[in-house]
Design a protein around this ligand. Structure first.
Ligand SMILES: *[C@@H]1O[C@H](CO)[C@@H](O)[C@H](O)[C@H]1NC(C)=O
Ligand SMILES: *[C@@H]1O[C@H](CO)[C@@H](O)[C@H](O)[C@H]1NC(C)=O
Ligand SMILES: *[C@@H]1O[C@H](CO)[C@@H](O)[C@H](O)[C@H]1NC(C)=O
Length: 487
């Protein structure tokens, strides 16, 4: 999906120049077949891209381009290790008997077949190329080599997003750095690897196990992020360096970040770029366009009333916590939070872990205890919970702010999640909540300036929690996020 979305755009700008001067390729066999998978305008663009590559070197038109030429072309857009992997992938393409390809060079035919496999091919077509990108020698690879490749892949994507200014409003100063997140996401991707007999290994056994092309094919098939990251790297990374930043809509990897004042320095998110990209990819597809900061303990204070005031009736949102041991985790609420003694939500809800490991835990069908929020009641537990049951939640944030629990023996019934926090009973030192998707519309078509105007229930809640009607924290922030009151 991502690849097909990016494709027209990329070829529009990027591949002009690369293919122009390459020698003529036989109008024959696999080359024609691969080329014919691209619409005519994209075919022309591929020609141009390769032309630009071969223009950099006199011999290229006849014999193909070298690694050094591609490095010079890519400049700083990709880490060098990834350029080498791309080159190894291109040179691994087996051509017809007639043009075996000279060693150390990529021919136009190889280039086209490579692009076709990466951008249009299925897992079976990609497996050989990806194998050679992981290890030039091919044959079989170890789990540790695949993990290294996955880290390079994630790192290259983050590098590209920054290089091409595609962060969509996310400011690196307001986030964790990506060092840990790159490793966590790479581990998450490789945790899906299965051995030839269908087992998923963990820890050292997984790193030491060998995988053949069949194993890679299965992995590529079941973990579509690998292909979509490869597509981004091939498309955005091979753009000529003088093309400048690409169109703003070129990537679905990150949602737009809203609700933070530009230059705001008081807020530093618990998340980093890889974890935002990962969590966003786990959301229902209609909710991936933008995230709006609703609540941050750094900005709005450490108070359960403040939390409720900021998140109730705001549509689907992600809640993220960091416990005293540095574990970061949370839950996705698929429906607007409401204060009431019944369970709420639906099976789109999930729990997740960000640190020390990245993972998402979706509904099991065992029960419907997706979401729970109560406050100021005598007989029912007061706090916010997701999954499990009363006193035994997969994730519980007590109304006695700063405390919570994550109970799972060994798994939470609703989400099959493990214990998310370092200790079963935890204290947390930071919390943030992001609304996702479009802002909830006002059914009357009015633009509510405050949830109080729009929502008598919210007003009742306010009175219950003893907040005045003027409470600043309950004003709805401007939805465009540029001049709002988040700080
Ligand atoms: C394609 O090239 C091969 C040799 O590489 C040749 O045997 C075959 O006849 C050619 N096919 C066409 C359709 O030109
Ligand atoms: C990223 O943050 C970690 C600690 O949070 C630190 O050890 C590391 O040096 C930082 N990396 C960069 C590149 O700043
Ligand atoms: C967590 O707290 C509950 C009471 O709040 C207690 O019953 C339970 O034993 C505690 N768990 C651990 C592991 O300390």
């Amino acid at each position: 999906m991502l690849v097909s979305f990016l494709f027209p755009f990329l070829f529009l700008i990027g591949f002009h120049r690369l293919l122009e001067k390459m020698g003529n390729v036989e109008s024959n066999g696999s080359y024609q077949q691969h080329l014919s998978r691209f619409p005519p305008n994209e075919q022309a663009d591929i020609e141009v891209v390769f032309g630009s590559l071969s223009k950099m070197e006199v011999a290229a038109a006849a014999k193909g381009v070298t690694l050094e030429t591609i490095k010079g072309h890519v400049k700083g857009a990709l880490p060098e290790s990834m350029v080498v992997r791309l080159f190894d992938g291109m040179t691994s393409v087996q051509l017809s008997e007639k043009s075996p390809g000279s060693s150390g060079r990529v021919t136009k035919e190889q280039f086209v077949v490579f692009m076709s496999a990466i951008l249009k091919g299925n897992a079976e077509e990609k497996k050989g190329i990806v194998m050679r990108m992981i290890c030039k020698a091919g044959g079989t690879v170890k789990g540790s080599q695949i993990l290294e490749f996955a880290e390079d892949l994630v790192n290259s994507v983050i590098h590209l997003l920054i290089y091409r200014k595609e962060l969509k409003g996310w400011n690196l100063k307001n986030m964790q750095n990506s060092t840990a997140g790159v490793k966590a996401l790479a581990s998450q991707l490789t945790s899906e690897l299965k051995t030839a007999d269908g087992r998923r290994l963990e820890g050292f056994a997984a790193l030491d196990a060998c995988y053949d092309e069949g194993g890679l094919e299965d992995w590529l098939f079941r973990v579509p992020q690998v292909s979509s990251f490869l597509g981004v790297i091939v498309q955005q990374g091979l753009l000529p360096p003088d093309q400048g930043p690409s169109s703003p809509s070129s990537s679905h990897l990150l949602p737009a970040c809203k609700g933070l004042r530009p230059g705001s320095s008081r807020f530093v998110s618990l998340l980093d770029v890889p974890s935002v990209a990962f969590l966003n990819s786990c959301l229902p597809s209609g909710l991936r366009r933008e995230w709006r900061l609703l609540f941050s303990s750094q900005l709005h204070g450490e108070s359960f009333s403040q939390l409720c005031g900021h998140i109730v009736h705001k549509g689907p949102c992600l809640l993220v916590l960091r416990d005293a041991h540095g574990y970061v985790f949370g839950g996705f609420a698929s429906c607007s939070w409401e204060v009431k003694p019944q369970f709420q939500g639906n099976n789109e809800c999930f729990l997740f872990s960000v640190s020390p490991t990245l993972g998402v835990f979706t509904y099991t069908g065992y029960n419907d205890h997706y979401m729970y929020l109560n406050h100021g009641q005598q007989t029912m537990p007061n706090g916010l919970g997701m999954g499990g049951q009363h006193e035994y939640f997969g994730l519980w944030v007590d109304s006695n702010y700063g405390k919570g629990h994550s109970k799972a023996k060994p798994r939470c019934t609703t989400y099959n999640s493990p214990q998310l926090s370092a200790k079963e009973n935890f204290t947390f030192n930071a919390m943030e909540v992001w609304a996702v998707g479009e802002p909830p519309g006002d059914p009357d078509g009015k633009d509510p300036k405050s949830i109080l105007d729009a929502d008598p229930e919210a007003q009742a809640l306010l009175e219950m929690i003893g907040k005045s009607r003027q409470s600043e924290g309950l004003r709805v922030p401007d939805e465009d996020g540029d001049n709002n009151n988040s700080e």
